[in-house]
Design a protein around this ligand. Sequence first.
Ligand SMILES: Nc1ncnc2c1ncn2[C@@H]1O[C@H](COP(=O)(O)OP(=O)(O)OP(=O)(O)O)[C@@H](O)[C@H]1O
Ligand SMILES: [Mg+2]
Length: 253
Amino acid sequence: MIENVYKTFSGEREIAALSNVSFSVKENEFLCVLGPSGCGKTTLLNIIAGLEKLTSGKILVDGKEVKGPGADRGVIFQAYALFPWKTVLQNIEFGPKLRGVPKKERRELAVKYIKSMGLSGFEHAYPKELSGGMKQRVAIARVYINDPAVLLMDEPFANLDAQTRSIMQEELIQIWKQFRKTVFFVTHNIEEAAYLADRIVILTARPGKVKQIVDVNSVLPSDRYGPEGILSAEFTRLKRDVWNSIKEEIKTI
Ligand SMILES: Nc1ncnc2c1ncn2[C@@H]1O[C@H](COP(=O)(O)OP(=O)(O)OP(=O)(O)O)[C@@H](O)[C@H]1O
Ligand SMILES: [Mg+2]
């Protein structure tokens, strides 16, 4: 739940990044945030993560006000943020280890996620031995294993090539269908948002305000994840409408 959030960065000059942003994210929904570059998407995500303070307003997760970072919110960034000196298994086990989960139990959990992320055989590999897509899968597993209430993702696939990116999108949807989670996903990419999201929140140009909320499920069939889905006329129409809405904002910059 995001209530009347304002954020102004004060420095040499004041920058109003967010202005009166309010919307709620439903349990287990996949919500994408789109908006022109610099409109405050990352700022909003960082505020929800507790990494950035808001100027005024309130963020509630499961009814509790966010005061700082917490295990109820798992963050996945564009840069994979893995420990380079730890293996895949050790990276994935890190959260449970920190929480004091006994070795046998956390190993079993980690192996379960390694399997579902298609990382079997790479348990003892180090991040530098993995492809970008694989690193991002480790990062996703590392967050999922902590069972957070909300997954926060800031352009997690932006550094990947187009093919790996589409594969990762499919995989993320499969993982999400399997384990569910409330996902707050920031992206620049309209096609990505249309493909992944239950709903898309479009922000205005800076300072970001909610411009429009698009209920993707009401315009696209739930089987859109297949190749037919993304070639459908509805999918194209949705992308065009969203693009027109964002283009309007870019013109004001
Ligand atoms: N730490 C900071 N100090 C000062 N200004 C900041 C800081 N972080 C972000 N800003 C400003 O706030 C505005 C919003 O930035 P933010 O990174 O949230 O945008 P964004 O929507 O994520 O952009 P992009 O799509 O390019 O990633 C920008 O004008 C930026 O310059
Ligand atoms: Mg950003």
